[in-house]
Design a binder for this molecule. Sequence first.
Ligand code: 13P
Length: 251
Amino acid sequence: MRKKFIAGNWKMNTASITGELLAAGIVKGLAGDTRVTVAVCPPFPFLSRIGQAVHGTPVALGAQNCYPKNDGAFTGEVSPTMLVDIGCQYVIVGHSERRQIFKESDAFINEKTHAALKAGLKVILCIGETLDERKANRTEAVLDTQLTGSLANITADLLAKIVIAYEPVWAIGTGLNATPQQAQDAHAFVRQRIGQLCTKAAADALVIQYGGSVKPDNAATLLSQPDVDGALVGGASLKVEDFLGIIRAAR
Ligand code: 13P
């Protein structure tokens, strides 16, 4: 049985005080319940503070990005070892906003994945097609390219530290979520491809989150699909009650 995993990607939102209140509200609402794995991914400047707010609670801390080197002359970047140092357990890599706005390639995402795993982080690897790609019936081809490129040289033991987030770009921040069937089809495809690229056992154990306009009122049907093991939540992770509602739906 795969444990459901709900993660909040705060993106470039909150301030130090609102972030702390948000984290405290989630911790309070969870009341120690560990039936669902929960993580929050605040912006870099607040990681330390939010880390203190969730310390010793079931809420894990994640970062939204990293650079694939541990130190050096990389002005403005943050290394995986720095993230571990301040208490992060997870890092998101390959988010569509980074792929699109910052032109990150699968090869670069693969470098980040290896560096993050080596530092001891768990990786939330995002993949997903655009609307044009879906309309052109290229969804599976796109997911295949992203998986093969981003997961190059990932062995079964490394895959155990990776979560995949299927986030169709057209569903992100649009209020238009994938239907449960669309999500299930994509997730089943991802699991099957991972079975071929890695091992069947690794694919069976892999947690695959869905992301894209997940809200408390659509979470239960999405999460009831056999291959949907959780959610990577953007907008709705910024409101305590909405995020808790999605976690409740995952139980
Ligand atoms: P929304 O939940 O705001 O659509 O964002 C999804 C997302 O990009 C999470 O990484």
